[in-house]
Design a protein around this ligand. Sequence first.
Ligand code: HSE
Length: 316
Amino acid sequence: MTHSEKQEVKVFAPASVANVNCGFDVMGFALEKPGDEIIARRTDGEGVSITKVTGDGGVLPANPQKNTAGVSARALLAHLGTNVGIELEIHKKMPMGSGLGSSAASSVGAVIAVNRLLGSPLELHELLGFAAEGERVACGAAHLDNVAPSLLGGFVFIRSQQPPDVIELECPVPLYATVVHPKIEIRTEDTRKILRREVLLSKAVTQWGNVGGLVAGLLKGDYDLISRSLEDVIIEPIRSVLIPGFNEVKQAALDAGALGSGISGSGPSIFALSSSEETAQKVAEAMQIEFARLDLDNDVYISRIKREDPYIIEEQ
Ligand code: HSE
């Protein structure tokens, strides 16, 4: 074992909001919380094993070839040309099937913990492709819009999935996210299947105008431009019918002062962006009132969006 190698590493990896409505598969941002905790520990055996899963992940497969964290860790070990024995503990601290990037957080936590355990042979951004392998298992597509923000923090734009070309977007003004999770489960794999394979050119023009506008608005810190650009004319009209009360909850967020709102990832969570924590709080109350009208139990998360790496909780 080299000096920088460890016996055990515990990592926090955050939840994320993918798509950010107009940017299907190409945009995402990380929340400060919730997130998953992953422990990687050396063993005498060979390869990756999963020894414990707690929280909402109780139903997850313990087979490392089927579990997203296991798949990502195995992909990383294969790349590094080693088959050292590593056991993983997965402590799910957020709901699965919620649109909060739960599987991505576990994959990100696993690759960071394993990389660290092995003396950090790779840089953070070099871990992206291995974390994405977990997404392929979780929902049939290795999209990066949850793993990239969970890994890198803040807002990210994905110019290309393969090879990964990810741009971190630093927004010079404060941005707060409100995410309300109604307690129903929607599987990303299912909501990808219902999408149309072709889009009308006129809609594509509107959509890429909005994506460009959102990226420019974030980089310039222009709240009006961000607000004007938060419109999805392609995916939201199809997926929103799966979320009870979607239109009312979104409208309530806008009426309460949000810059924009939409489906978080593939849902059912709904996110809104605001320019202050105070507004984000008001937006949360307004959104929750609408879900309460439908008797839909829900959780709410309010988070500042800022550039922040997933962090090492402890190591030895
Ligand atoms: N971009 C992905 C989708 C995110 O919308 O299917 C899933 O969390």
